[in-house]
Every structure is written in C-alpha cells, then in structure tokens.
Ligand binder design. Structure first.
Ligand code: NI
Length: 436
C-alpha cells in the first residue's frame, strides 16, 4: 500500500482526500488550475456578493463526492470491481467541467461552441492532460470522453456523473447555497450517499432514502428559482452578451484600439479553427481586462456597456409578459429618443425552471420488495414540481425613471404607474446586493 495522501480543507466537505498520486497529477495540470480563474456561478456575484467561488473548488468537491459514493457502492455492492473503473469515475468527476469558459453560458451564446465540445477537445488535445491520462492506458482518454458524452459503455459511471442524482449536482447545490448564503439549497449529503445502491447497471436509491432525496430535489428547485435564474443575474448575463457582441462588431469594423489579443481568435474564423491552447488562454481575468479596455473605447455604446458591467449599473429587469410587436416597436422608438441603441439596450428572455423530470431519466427507487420504481411515482411532493417559466424584459433604469413624456410612455407600455416605478423597475424577488 502506498502512503501517499493529500488532505485539502474544504468549506463544504471539510476534508478532500487525494490518495492516488495520479489524481494529484491531474489536479496540478494547467488545464484544471485554470478553473481557479473561472467563477462557478458566472455573473451571480453581482447579485449574491458571496458567489465568488471557482469552478476549481467545485471540481474538487465533485471528485470528493464521487470518492465517498465509491466507498458506499463498494461496501454495498462490490463496485467498482477494478482500479481502472475507479480511476475513470474519479477523473470524470474531477474533469467534467474542464471545458468551461469565462461567464460560461453567456460566452457560449456569443461564440457558438458548447463547453462540452471544449471538454472533449481539451481531454484529447491538451498535451499535458493527455500525457497524465495516457499513464493509465492508451484508450483511457477516449473512454473518459465517452463517459462525459454518455456513450453508454460505462453506464454506472455515466449515471454518477450526469443524471438527476449525480455527484456534480450534489456538490454544486451545497457549494452554491453556502457561498450565496441561502439556506434552502441544503440537504443531507452523507445520508443521501448512504441511500445509494445498484440494481444491475442502474444506480438506485433505497426506499429508506426517500425523504432525503425529496429534500435534495426541493433544494435544487429553490436554487433554480431563487439563485440561478435570479432576474438581476440574468440581466448581468444579457449585459455581458451585448458587450461581446458589440466588441466583435467594433473589432470587425477595425475600430478597436486596445484589447487582449487572446480574445480576437474567436472573431477571426470559425470555432473549430481555434486551437485548444488559445481557448485555455481565456479565463475571467482576460475577459474583465478586456472590459477595462472596452470602457476606454471611442465607441460610445461599447464604452458605456463595459462601464455598466464594471461599475454594476446593470440593466433593470421588468417581469411581465413578452411584449407584442407594437410594444416592441414603441419601446425601440423610446430608446432611440432617450439616446440608447435599441439593439444593445433592450432585450427579453424567458427563464424556464424544470421541475423534476421523470420521462426517460428519472431517479430509480429500490423498493423494500425488490422492485425498482420511479421517484415521482413514490413521492407526491416531487410530483407536484412542475416546470415554470417567467419572462423578463431588460432595459436601462434611465429609460424608466424620469419625468419626460417619453419616460411616461415607456412606463405605460410596461404597465407601470408612476408611483410603482421603484418596485416595478427592480426585481419582484428580493435583491440581496441591491444598491441604495
Ligand atoms: Ni459541474
């Protein structure tokens, strides 16, 4: 037996144990260390000031959750049977987010390459990572990609990495709840892990864990409605998107005086022409530095959008039904009259919160009589969680608050009365970090 052990202190799991020097080498690759410079929750720190934790801390947490799940399944069912499967499960948990870019989902919306595609390319094309993965055997990196893409060859590992009851969610719900300071994201992780078992190739929950999994599903539901889709956060994402869009256009027109060269590779050609090392060179520090450059730009729209982000003068969310064509046209006219380019300053988004999804990939429950049931069949509470959607319109506060007839017109289109401006212009939900 080897005496190798590294103990990492962690706010969620107390201690993260690394007992395999190979895992330690994975942790120390530049590709994984880069995740220290990418926040787990993107722009959420503009809403919840504590949400500064990185994807690196979450990756370690997902690894530790997997390590504990493996101990449980080994005790309960004698799985994993060999060292290779154990390495596959641990490295998949550690590396599942390695392809994320800065302000992930927003970045993906502007440059149409999904982070999962980058994960695959990084695992196969990054020299340092490929070397460490290749220490196991020549097929290992490809099998790892197969697990993350759910190709079906390693069903147990695949379910543990990506299903409605996976180590990714178990860690991020607890970590995001802790860092945002909300209490409704909590659930009993140790008890949930003790409830896990296997029925053939299927990961199942023992019926004794029903209430624990209900708590976990509710935690997820609350985190989506109250944190992940908070209107102020969604508005911040919209702003980042508009900045990147405008910056690309200014650059294409030859009007960009100063910006980090790393960012321009995406504007030169299609995404598959971008090399892995170019993608890995971009993190949130690069992007925020770019925003500082944009704030000095001669292009007034770009400079203003960048300053709004840096100084947190965000777009105001207005929760209302989607505007009709006539209302859109009137809002655009009003924006122009008030000096705002309508293409960059007004936009809308519907945010949909999935309830518990039981079609296809529900959570399997192992009943006392040995049959496998499906969670929503066994839990009334879970059944009651139906998907919800909310439409939000984003526009500058300066378009709503003012005494001119144009402001009055905007308020009337939005269905606001003068006396209600304050309440209507900000979010209907509590704003933990709202400025006075
Ligand atoms: Ni994750």
């Amino acid at each position: 037996m080897t005496s190798f052990v590294k103990v990492l202190k962690d706010p969620v799991h107390d201690e993260i144990l690394v007992e395999d020097p190979w895992v330690w080498r994975l942790i120390n690759t530049a590709a994984l260390q880069r995740l220290r410079r990418i926040r787990q929750l993107g722009t959420s720190y503009l809403t919840f000031h504590g949400a500064e934790h990185s994807r690196f801390t979450h990756s370690l947490g997902a690894y530790e959750t997997m390590r504990r799940v493996l101990i449980q399944l080994e005790r309960e069912c004698g799985w994993p049977r060999d060292e290779r499967d154990r390495k596959l499960a641990l490295s998949a948990a550690l590396l599942h987010d390695v392809g994320h870019g800065p302000f992930s989902h927003t970045f993906e919306a502007v440059y149409p390459v999904h982070h999962e595609q980058w994960t695959r390319r990084i695992l196969l094309e990054d020299d340092e990572l490929a070397t460490v993965l290749g220490e196991v055997d020549d097929a290992f990196a490809d099998d790892l990609v197969g697990v993350l893409e759910k190709r079906g060859r390693f069903p147990i590992v695949e379910q543990l990495i990506s299903s409605q009851l996976d180590v990714d969610r178990m860690d991020y719900l607890l970590r995001d709840a802790m860092n945002t300071g909300v209490s409704y994201g909590r659930f009993e992780l140790a008890r949930l892990i003790r409830s896990l078992s296997l029925a053939g190739d299927q990961v199942v929950l023992k019926a004794s864990g029903l209430h624990t999994v209900e708590q976990y599903i509710l935690a997820r539901y609350f985190m989506y409605t109250q944190v992940y889709f908070h209107p102020v956060t969604v508005g911040s994402d919209v702003l980042v998107m508009q900045i990147l869009r405008r910056a690309g256009e200014v650059w294409q027109a030859g009007g960009m005086e100063d910006m980090p060269p790393e960012l321009t590779v995406f504007w030169r050609g299609s995404a598959d022409q971008v090399r892995v090392q170019d993608y890995l060179a971009i993190d949130e520090s690069t992007l925020v530095y770019a925003f500082h450059c944009f704030a000095r730009s001669a292009d007034v729209v770009l400079a203003d959008l960048a300053r709004r982000f840096l100084h947190r003068r965000l777009l105001a969310p207005v929760i209302r039904p989607e505007p009709t064509q006539e209302e859109w046209a009137a809002l655009r006219t009003a924006a122009r009259a008030l000096g705002f380019h309508p293409d960059y300053y007004i936009s809308g988004r519907a945010s949909a919160v999935a309830g518990y999804v039981y079609r296809g990939e529900g959570i399997s429950v192992l009943m006392a009589d040995g049959r496998v049931s499906e969670l929503s069949r066994e839990s009334k509470l879970v059944r009651s969680l139906v998907p919800e959607s909310e439409y939000r319109l984003f526009l500058p506060k300066e378009m709503i608050e003012g005494d001119t007839p144009v402001h009055e017109r905007v308020r009337s289109i939005l269905g606001m009365h003068a006396s209600r401006v304050g309440a209507g212009a900000s979010a209907a939900k509590p704003e933990p970090d709202d400025r006075p």
